[in-house]
Design a protein around this ligand. Structure first.
Ligand SMILES: NC(=O)c1ccc[n+]([C@@H]2O[C@H](COP(=O)([O-])OP(=O)(O)OC[C@H]3O[C@@H](n4cnc5c(N)ncnc54)[C@H](O)[C@@H]3O)[C@@H](O)[C@H]2O)c1
Length: 311
């Protein structure tokens, strides 16, 4: 395992599920970890200090160093407080893992304004706030002459990059996080900061809500163990990963697929402005059977994973 000795990490939403595994793995690799978690319900209601504190207790019991933080990542001021907490407590910040999330699934025709706003706030603004404050800190460090090897690992989703029915709010936020990753990677590379995102797959309370109890294999490798997501986070945090940035990694069990982003595709070229009739005729000719998204399950299969419905 690469050594992260001397590095300081924040993991948001680290009290449970995938974030908890990231925090344990980063601490195991030697990083000092700020374990952030508001401790709310899956729908984002209420607060509870227990999840973050119990992960801190686990890290400390294993000989690592960690401190709990209960800030709400969707609150811009609280996000600044969380970033400052890491710097005050451990003197620096090297790794920011943006992982906190909630779920309020509904078909588009029935989705309420609250369901939309809450999910966009926790995921998208909950990425922007901590990232913005950490970026300002890193820029200051770079301008002061420090050579940085800082890391941001954001959390997208197969729902965002492939598109999943019933998750307009969640999938839109997760697609936006993949877009934010592309932009932040380009803006921050000059300061020595890499920005990547992962599209994870794991058995957590989030997937229990959608897919019910997913069986744990009696023996052998468990592809849905949330701990399978964390070696990538440790690897990307290593100094040697300094030139790997702006990527979105799909992870399923032992599969890591570096996804292609939106890319140039079918070209319809004209030397002058298209006539709508002519363009429609060309579209019909090029796509005689129409063209539509393949859907998340098919795309997950192509990327080397599978639907949790059959997993
Ligand atoms: N489990 C999967 O298969 C899967 C698939 C794709 C994406 N993801 C993403 O992975 C991330 C982790 O999800 P999980 O499956 O471990 O779910 P989880 O519910 O087990 O963990 C999410 C944690 O985030 C915390 N949190 C929620 N809102 C917060 C806020 N405003 N501030 C601080 N903490 C907050 C929760 O208290 C919870 O402990 C999420 O971003 C999720 O969307 C998960």
């Amino acid at each position: 395992m690469p050594s992260l000795e001397g590095k300081v990490a924040i993991v948001t939403g680290a009290g449970r599920g995938i974030g908890r595994e990231h925090a344990l793995a980063l601490a195991d690799a030697g990083a000092q970890v700020v374990v952030n978690d508001l401790g709310g319900s899956l729908a984002g209601e209420g607060t509870d200090a227990t999840p973050a504190q119990s992960v801190v207790n686990e890290i400390v019991a294993a000989g690592g160093q960690a401190v709990a933080n209960y800030d709400d990542v969707s609150d811009f001021g609280a996000a600044e407080h969380m970033v400052n907490r890491a710097i005050e407590r451990y003197g620096r910040l090297d790794i920011l893992v943006l992982n906190a999330g909630i779920l309020r699934d509904r078909m588009l025709v029935n989705m309420t304004e609250d369901e939309w706003d809450a999910v966009i706030a926790v995921h998208l603004k909950g990425h922007f706030g901590p990232l913005r404050h950490a970026a300002a800190y890193w820029r200051e460090q770079a301008k002061a002459g420090e050579t940085l090897r800082a890391r941001v690992i954001a959390t997208s989703s197969p729902s965002g990059v492939f598109g999943n029915v019933g998750q307009a709010n969640y999938g839109a936020a997760k697609a936006a996080i993949a877009g934010l990753t592309l932009i932040a990677a380009q803006e921050l590379h000059r300061y020595g900061v890499t920005v990547n995102c992962i599209a994870p797959n794991a058995r957590t309370r989030m997937t229990e809500e959608t897919f019910g109890d997913l069986p744990v294999p009696e023996n052998g490798f468990d592809p849905l163990d949330p701990g399978n997501m964390s070696p990538l986070v440790v690897a990307l945090s290593a100094d040697e990963a300094q030139d790997i940035t702006g990527q979105c990694f799909f992870v399923w069990g032992g599969t890591v697929n570096v996804l292609r982003p939106w890319d140039a595709g079918e070209l319809f070229s004209s030397d002058e402005r298209w006539d709508a009739d002519a363009l429609l005729a060309q579209l019909r000719e090029r796509f005689p059977d129409g063209v539509a998204p393949e859907g998340m399950v098919a795309m997950m299969g192509k990327a080397g994973g599978q639907s949790m419905r059959v997993g």
